[in-house]
Design a protein around this ligand. Structure first.
Ligand SMILES: Cc1ncc(COP(=O)(O)O)c(C=O)c1O
Length: 379
């Protein structure tokens, strides 16, 4: 037992701010002094940087990652009667955005090791009404986009990547945004590229998606006083300023996340009662979350409690799968295609250990030590 109990936070927002305060403050000041705060030059600059980062032709800033999804669905004409296939093992917003657009959510199971959508389960879920596949790059690792692209080509389906969690990741020979119609991003504060509030974006190579999302986010307007049906979902210039400063550090931060993941992996390798995260060979996992699973579901809550009592802010992502939420599906259109045991197992057994670039060796080693202590005594 270590002599002192440490407090290990789940996020390091303030540490990160302090590390690059001068860059963030300078960018914010530039906006404040410019007098242009909405749809101004800082947003245009950040959109250009984001498109360059993804090697896509276009990037459009919007209000948040959920809006990025449903604005893209609407731009692609997805609406009532259209089925979109995704997994139940994701943050609620993936399904919510399909419902907001008026579509039908079709859930298939996730893969046992990566927890991303299992391409082998997709074809059986396809019907004449299927319009799109919506893979989620869960926890910071890409779904198997090559397999997903093949299925989409065969059945002439749209593909929208929910990339709220994996900016800077890549697959074995593919980039995010390369094998889909569009990829959506969330910049909520806890994401790998997070602003101090809400934000989101769509990246795409399709000029029509870019054009329509641009209009939809701004009251259906691309010219002053001229409108068609639309919404207000813009990325404010102050957020763009923060994100522009942070984007320059994203590779370095992903490397740090990978370093802490490797340290956890090494330290926890001999634990008997947990399963460690899996990185697909050739993929770059950026560990938005470092999610372990207890081998027995009955161990999860006591282990989480033990870690919390030891000062470690461990959490669960996501302990209640979408189809298990109370009141599901709230009179919305939804279908579960086949059993979903992997998603249900992950929901029942997952624990996210603290993971952010500004962790220290002492903190990571303390978490390892406490997990091993729990592991020794688990029955
Ligand atoms: C997988 C996934 N999709 C969508 C979202 C929605 O993003 P936002 O909170 O920015 O609306 C999030 C995160 O919040 C997410 O993790």
């Amino acid at each position: 037992m270590p002599e002192t109990k440490l407090k290990v936070a789940f996020y390091g927002h303030v540490r990160q701010y302090h590390n690059i305060k001068a860059e963030i403050d300078a960018n914010m000041q530039e906006v404040l002094e410019s007098g242009q705060y909405v749809m101004g030059p800082m947003l245009a600059r950040f959109e250009k940087e984001l498109a360059e980062f993804h090697k896509t032709k276009y990037a459009v800033g919007v209000g948040n990652g959920t809006d990025a999804l449903w604005l893209t669905f609407m731009a692609l004409g997805i609406g009532p009667g259209d089925e979109c296939i995704t997994t139940t093992n994701t943050f609620f917003a993936t399904a919510e955005a399909i419902w907001i657009a008026g579509g039908t959510v079709v859930f298939v199971d996730s893969e046992v090791r990566t927890n991303c959508i299992d391409p082998a389960k997709i074809e059986a879920a396809i019907t004449p009404r299927t319009k799109a596949l919506v893979p989620v790059h869960l926890y910071g690792q890409c779904a198997d986009m090559k397999a997903i692209r093949k299925i989409a080509d065969k059945h002439k389906l749209l593909v929208i990547e929910d990339n709220a969690q994996a900016i800077g990741a890549h697959g074995d020979g593919f980039r995010i945004g390369e094998l889909s119609d569009a990829a959506t991003i969330s910049f909520i504060v806890q994401k790998n590229l997070g602003t101090f509030g809400d934000g989101g974006a769509v990246v795409t190579n399709n000029p029509e998606i870019d054009r329509i999302v641009r209009k939809l986010r701004n009251h259906g307007s691309d010219k002053r006083s001229c409108h068609s049906f639309g919404f207000n979902s813009r990325l404010d210039d102050l957020h763009a300023a923060i994100l522009s400063a942070k984007l320059k550090h994203i590779h370095e931060w992903s490397n740090l996340r990978r370093k802490w993941a490797a340290r956890y992996n090494k330290g926890l390798a001999k634990a008997r009662n947990i399963t460690l995260p899996y990185e697909t060979p050739g993929y770059r996992h950026v560990f938005h979350l470092y999610v372990i699973e207890t081998k027995k579901a009955k161990h999860r809550d006591p282990m989480l409690q033990f870690l919390n009592d030891e000062g470690i802010d461990a959490k669960c992502h996501y302990p209640i799968a979408i189809h298990q939420q109370e009141g599901y599906p709230w009179k919305k259109q939804a279908r579960i295609a086949g059993p979903v045991p992997n998603s249900e197992r992950n929901a029942a057994c997952c624990i996210s250990l603290p993971m952010f670039p500004e962790l220290t060796e002492e903190e990571v080693d303390y978490v390892v030590d406490r997990v091993l202590e729990w592991d020794r005594s688990a029955k």
